[in-house]
Ligand binder design. Structure first.
Ligand SMILES: *[C@@H]1O[C@H](CO)[C@@H](O)[C@H](O)[C@H]1NC(C)=O
Ligand SMILES: *[C@@H]1O[C@H](CO)[C@@H](O)[C@H](O)[C@H]1NC(C)=O
Ligand SMILES: *[C@@H]1O[C@H](CO)[C@@H](O)[C@H](O)[C@H]1NC(C)=O
Ligand SMILES: *[C@@H]1O[C@H](CO)[C@@H](O)[C@H](O)[C@H]1NC(C)=O
Ligand SMILES: *[C@@H]1O[C@H](CO)[C@@H](O)[C@H](O)[C@H]1NC(C)=O
Ligand SMILES: *[C@@H]1O[C@H](CO)[C@@H](O)[C@H](O)[C@H]1NC(C)=O
Ligand SMILES: *[C@@H]1O[C@H](CO)[C@@H](O)[C@H](O)[C@H]1NC(C)=O
Ligand SMILES: *[C@@H]1O[C@H](CO)[C@@H](O)[C@H](O)[C@H]1NC(C)=O
Ligand SMILES: *[C@@H]1O[C@H](CO)[C@@H](O)[C@H](O)[C@H]1NC(C)=O
Ligand SMILES: *[C@@H]1O[C@H](CO)[C@@H](O)[C@H](O)[C@H]1NC(C)=O
Ligand SMILES: *[C@@H]1O[C@H](CO)[C@@H](O)[C@H](O)[C@H]1NC(C)=O
Ligand SMILES: CC(=O)N[C@H]1CO[C@H](CO)[C@@H](O)[C@@H]1O
Length: 598
């Protein structure tokens, strides 16, 4: 038996090893599937590769998988030129900030200056070729810190507040899907941002949340998401859904990366008066990252929030119970249950919805009024609904038995900011804050709540305007039956290997605490690394494939690197990678079988 195993390994091993050595990044170059901001900065600083190399590699990676996943809606035609400028500045020791030369994707509802050559459309053709007055504040802040805006991420059109289409669908970008199971949901509305971070289509991404739109894609795509308190990050230049609930935040592979990006985008902005409510100084969100951050921290479990039907398999599974044990082993003091007693009232009431429908009418009209030019001449939600009706081939989701056409715009059309609206906003805050999250925190003397990601919690935190930090928790069992949301042509809500996240929820401006707790949990578990994307959703291009090949690279490492770089195209290399994986799988299966027999 021992002999037989040796023969097998001899027969297959060298072939497999050869293929892997071609496909894997060189030991000293970061693997772009997983690279952290620190990895990328270290390589750029050391001259191992340039930002032009990075942008080239990320664009190749997007092109490899985008027809499968529809995660990216536009690639910036000027990203390479920006990268070259930033490379030149780095050579002169003039680094702008912590994100110098780092490519970031932003959700398609976040405005980028016209000279970048990209549209800002929330996924809709109705805003194609409209002209924004300039960068959104968050993009301006990214740029000031040295970031390269690589492109625009696909999203649920209008952040989910236009037609009621599947999560991640937009007229312009098509259906975003999950990289962990074919046609699995990427959730929404920051779908493309979640997918991009999950498989390394950029260093990280920005998303926006009104009610779950960062939290759920972070959860569904095995990445970290920070939904900041409303008013911590400026919404100026962001296509709105609701001024009361919209907030911009990062989706990234690690808590540290998400915190670094939040450091850059947080802050007061005279163009968004909600930011005037934030504390006078923005904390350094990386300062308290420590494996000991949970020692002595009181955390509660709001059991009655676990209502979401799709989360049955997750909430009922062993992962959350294990997570609670992990938190305890890290020193946390768990109170279970620590109920939010009005959750049923909140999610069954028309009041939160009435605020959102009214806000989108006024806030979207106010946004459209800031645009320099709108070729379709739309100024109101009614105009957009009418344009959609006249352009169904572009804008109506091609789904069986589809009935939800223009749903939210029609609901919004006849709303007004009357006394009922003002009362509804006050009720939202009372329910979400005073009687909701703050009541539970106070009653049980807690610093945060923890639970598996659920839409019910994002509704409560949404109306409160309170922060959520999401970190990978687990994966649906590989025996899970693929089930769609409401039609055979819709993405699967449950499916083998689809990721789900753990969320930490707290009171206003408690991001620094939540981030520290999430970090301690992440470092103890490293769940993200336990499963990877399926083969066709895994980009193969690595830095080694592009270094020194853009013709302009000034990288000092390019000559070294070119030594080990094959001249094959990424697509061809991908085939060898596939062969390598198949062989490795065969070897490991046979080896397992042999162990069993022996
Ligand atoms: C590379 O150099 C050429 C000619 O100098 C220039 O046109 C092109 O824009 C450069 N590309 C990048 C990515 O900098
Ligand atoms: C940049 O800094 C390095 C290390 O401090 C130094 O050796 C180099 O001369 C500097 N280059 C320029 C252009 O100032
Ligand atoms: C918008 O996209 C169109 C088509 O892709 C492109 O031609 C145009 O330059 C873009 N507009 C802006 C303002 O970037
Ligand atoms: C922002 O301005 C609006 C209208 O000018 C006002 O109703 C609202 O209370 C202000 N919000 C904050 C947080 O200052
Ligand atoms: C908390 O909620 C759970 C789930 O709804 C319920 O079973 C439990 O009785 C509640 N506990 C308290 C103390 O309210
Ligand atoms: C909105 O009001 C207009 C006229 O007041 C009416 O024609 C239209 O049907 C109403 N729309 C909805 C969705 O109720
Ligand atoms: C406010 O709501 C009440 C109860 O739904 C309704 O009777 C009343 O007409 C509304 N007022 C306005 C101004 O819409
Ligand atoms: C499915 O999951 C089980 C338990 O995690 C694991 O032992 C098994 O290898 C997995 N099977 C496949 C085909 O991935
Ligand atoms: C994904 O869904 C699309 C549209 O329903 C379908 O055409 C395609 O075959 C599906 N792909 C897989 C891998 O199931
Ligand atoms: C390049 O490869 C050759 C032959 O494999 C080797 O001798 C040489 O040391 C390598 N050069 C560098 C800079 O790594
Ligand atoms: C694929 O790997 C084989 C060795 O297994 C090698 O001969 C071939 O050149 C490789 N093809 C490409 C396109 O890299
Ligand atoms: C950059 C990119 O790949 N854009 C694609 C987004 O999706 C639409 C619809 O599938 C394609 O037409 C674009 O080419």
């Amino acid at each position: 038996m021992v002999l037989l195993r040796s023969v097998l390994v001899l027969a297959l091993g060298p072939v497999a090893v050869f293929s892997f050595s071609q496909s894997r990044p060189r030991a000293n170059l970061p693997d772009l599937y997983e690279a952290t901001l620190a990895d990328l900065q270290a390589g750029l600083e050391a001259g191992q590769f340039t930002s032009v190399d990075l942008v080239t590699a990320y664009i190749a990676r997007i092109n490899e998988v985008n027809s499968e996943l529809h995660a990216v809606i536009e690639i910036s035609p000027t990203a390479l030129a920006h990268a070259a400028t930033l490379d030149a500045q780095r050579k002169q020791n003039q680094t702008l900030g912590p994100l110098h030369g780092i490519p970031i994707l932003v959700k398609d509802n976040i405005a980028t200056q016209v000279s970048d050559g990209m549209n800002t459309t929330a996924g809709s053709y109705v805003l194609l070729n409209s002209v924004v007055p300039g960068d959104s504040t968050v993009v301006a802040k990214l740029r000031a810190a040295g970031a390269i805006i690589l492109g625009k991420a696909n999203m649920s059109e209008w952040a989910g507040f236009g037609p009621l289409a599947p999560e991640g669908w937009s007229g312009r970008g098509g259906q975003t899907t999950n990289a962990y199971y074919p046609n699995g949901t990427a959730c929404g509305s920051s779908s493309g941002s979640g997918v991009a971070a999950s498989i390394g289509l950029s260093a990280a991404a920005l998303g926006t949340e009104t009610a779950g739109s960062i939290t759920c894609p972070a959860s569904a795509n095995n990445v970290v998401g920070i939904k900041p308190t409303v008013g911590l990050t400026s919404r100026a230049g962001v296509i709105p859904a609701s001024e009361h609930q919209d907030t911009v935040g990062p989706l990234a592979r690690t808590v540290t990366d998400a915190a670094l990006i939040l450091n850059v985008i947080a802050g007061k902005d005279s163009a968004d008066n909600y930011t005037s409510a934030q504390p006078s100084t923005v904390p350094d969100y990386t300062a308290r990252l420590s494996k000991d951050a949970l020692k002595g921290v009181r955390i509660g479990v709001p059991r009655e929030v676990f209502l979401d039907p799709y989360y049955g398999p997750i909430v009922g599974g062993p992962e959350f119970a294990t997570a609670l044990k992990t938190l305890e082993s890290l020193g946390a003091i768990i109170t279970d249950p620590a109920n939010i007693t009005n959750v049923d009232e909140i999610i069954s009431s028309f009041i939160p919805g009435s605020v959102l429908y009214t806000d989108i009418k006024y806030d979207l009209a106010a946004y459209l009024a800031t645009l320099t030019s709108i070729p379709t001449n739309v100024h109101t939600v009614q105009d957009i609904a009418a344009w959609n009706n006249a352009n169904k081939a572009l804008e109506e989701p091609a789904l069986d038995a589809y009935t939800e056409w223009n749903l939210y715009f029609d609901l919004a059309a006849n709303t007004s900011r009357d006394a009922n609206y003002t009362a509804a906003v006050a009720t939202d805050y009372l329910w979400g804050r005073t009687q909701g999250i703050d009541a539970a925190l106070t009653k049980y003397n807690l610093s945060a709540l923890v639970l598996p990601e659920t839409s019910a919690m994002t509704i409560v935190a949404g109306i409160a305007g309170y922060p959520i930090v999401t970190v990978p928790l687990g994966f649906q069992a590989n025996t899970t039956k693929p089930l769609d949301a409401g039609g055979a042509d819709q993405p699967y809500q449950t499916a083998p290997n689809l990721p789900f996240g753990l969320t930490f929820v707290g009171t206003a401006w408690s991001e620094a605490d939540l981030i520290a707790y999430a970090y301690a949990y992440e470092q103890a578990t490293m769940t993200r690394l336990k499963l990877k994307a399926y083969e066709a959703a895994t980009p193969k291009t690595q830095l080694v494939d592009v270094i020194g090949k853009d013709g302009n690279s000034t990288s000092t490492a390019s000559s070294t690197a070119s030594n080990t770089t094959s001249t094959t195209s990424p697509a061809l290399r991908a085939r060898n990678v596939t062969a390598g994986f198949v062989l490795a799988a065969v070897v490991s299966a046979w080896t397992m079988l042999l162990e069993f027999v022996v």
